[in-house]
Design a protein around this ligand. Structure first.
Ligand SMILES: [Zn+2]
Length: 210
């Protein structure tokens, strides 16, 4: 059935998406919040499974992290936290005079390796974690606006972007969402996601650095 004929998801009063999203609750979260922003990320992993492992790990040595949604390359959506619960995806962050944006933002992670390098001695590409990009995942060269030289980055498939757009529209219809931002906009000294290949603008265009 074409996506346009599929029943669209809805957001319940408990902050969880209806089907087709799968619920995989993460133990990594803060208290209640009222979402005002959406922050886009890439997972910097080559698989959905690895991303979910990280985002639900209560014992991660580098620190506990989470996000509200993980959107796979084919548009499959997993929800790890209700949208009205604080996730731990933004870290130290700042925008338009506000800091600590976890407290007011929905975090959406797109399964995407981010920057990749050629696999030594064979065809293919490696993510920063050393794992191989699945065969057939396109890569393109682009220069991040915060970097001086181009790198190669995994391309976001249309199905993934379409799924993210649909959910962002739903979020904006449900909560007083002001705008959609990139992690690299709110933490430019630390972060490069969702990177130069992310197809801005989304329904709410990103604003200038505040
Ligand atoms: Zn991020």
């Amino acid at each position: 059935m074409p996506a346009s004929e599929a029943p669209g998801p809805t957001i319940g009063p408990d902050g969880w998406l209806s089907a087709p999203a799968c619920r995989l609750p993460s133990p990594n979260h803060g208290g209640a919040m009222r979402p005002a922003l959406v922050v886009m990320h890439f997972t910097a992993t080559t698989t959905r499974a690895r991303a979910i492992d990280i985002l639900t790990d209560p014992d991660r040595p580098e620190g506990r992290v989470s996000a509200h949604l993980v959107v796979d390359r084919d548009g499959r959506i997993d929800q790890l936290l209700p949208f009205t619960t604080i996730g731990w995806h933004a870290g130290i962050s700042r925008w338009a005079g506000r800091t600590g944006l976890n407290a007011c933002s929905v975090g959406i992670e797109l399964v995407n390796a981010g920057p990749v390098t050629p696999a030594p001695g064979r065809d293919g590409w490696l993510a920063d974690d050393g794992t191989a990009l699945p065969p057939g995942c396109p890569v393109a060269e682009s220069t991040h606006r915060l970097e001086p030289v181009p790198r190669r980055w995994e391309v976001f498939p249309l199905a993934q972007i379409a799924a993210a757009r649909q959910i962002i529209g739903l979020l904006a219809a449900t909560y007083p969402i002001e705008t959609v931002l990139g992690h690299d906009l709110i933490a430019p000294d630390r972060k490069r996601d969702p990177g130069p290949l992310f197809p801005w603008p989304l329904p709410c265009p990103p604003a200038a650095i505040g």
